[in-house]
Unconditional design. Structure first.
Length: 296
């Protein structure tokens, strides 16, 4: 039977851990409400901006006057923006992103990877630690963004990426992140940021293209909208990832609290059994001693 003092110490330790996980669950729930409101408000704007950009740029991007945002080059060097969290204790949230990036490299960029031409831009400390340990080339690092996430911070990331693409440092830019669906579900997304390409028309779908009057020219409007659209796309990905992280952490801490409760039940049962066995042993020793005195 286990030692009573050891079991009691374990009970105290598990109770302390349960209090911590319960508090972390409440904090994550409070943050989730705020982050969920932000991404819910952001999505209609991002979708409308992309729809307008699609209508404006279909002819522009496929014509003879392509701007540098849409220049399709030979895919020699690839940049992958990887959005993770800064902290752990959020279940499989970060693991799914890392596996998604590795799968993307293996399926699409294995040749570039063998030549060392796949570069990671980590957004979040966990991505930087993961790929840094695997000796993958990192370019820059953005950490501690999610505590005070703003559009200006996403704009800095967007400017960095667009400048690198324009200077020819990279021929293609991909974005990998977790999209928020609900508290318990995150959807892994992989999106191409650069070069910008018009979505392929869906067969049988009705055309919703709008005939605009351009002032100034169509090219000037498109060239102004594309960088803003890319920044909005990055900002939306960060908001999605932030909400997904809080949902994953809330779910993980709720499960940890439940597991601590189950463990406490087992430990208390073990403690009571050990205590009962100790008492029974003492009674038997007293009875045995009394019988020995009678025999004497």
């Amino acid at each position: 039977m286990p030692n009573l003092k050891e079991v009691k110490n374990r009970i105290t330790s598990v109770m302390s851990t349960q209090q911590i996980t319960k508090a972390m669950k409440m904090v994550a729930a409070a943050k989730l409400r705020k982050s969920q409101e932000r991404i819910t408000q952001m999505r209609p704007y991002a979708q409308k901006l992309n729809a307008i950009l699609k209508n404006l740029s279909e002819a522009q991007l496929s014509g003879d006057n392509d701007n540098w945002y849409s220049q399709v080059r030979e895919e020699k060097r690839i940049l992958i923006l990887t959005v993770s969290s800064d902290r752990g204790l959020c279940g499989s949230f970060n693991t799914n992103v890392m596996k998604g990036v590795i799968r993307l490299i293996q399926e699409k960029y294995e040749e570039q990877s063998r030549k060392g031409n796949v570069v990671i831009l980590p957004i979040g400390r966990k991505a930087a630690e993961f790929f840094g340990k695997r000796n993958m080339e990192l370019v820059g690092q953005y950490s501690n963004l999610f505590s005070t996430l703003t559009f200006e911070q996403a704009s800095l990331v967007g400017e960095h990426v667009m400048n690198a693409f324009r200077e020819g440092k990279f021929d293609k830019v991909e974005l990998v992140y977790n999209e928020f669906k609900n508290v318990a579900t995150q959807i892994l997304r992989t999106e191409q940021l650069l070069p910008v390409v018009s979505p392929e028309p869906v067969v049988g779908a009705s055309s919703n293209q709008v005939d605009y009057i351009y002032q100034p020219s169509q090219q000037e409007i498109v060239e102004a909208l594309i960088p803003n659209s890319l920044k909005v796309q990055i900002f939306k990905a960060l908001l999605d990832s932030n909400a997904a992280e809080n949902g994953a952490r809330m779910t993980a801490m709720d499960k940890a609290t439940e597991n601590a409760g189950e463990l406490l039940k087992e430990l208390k049962l073990s403690y009571n059994r050990s205590r009962q066995a100790a008492i029974t042993k003492e009674i038997l020793e007293i009875v045995g001693g009394a019988e020995a005195l009678k025999s004497a």
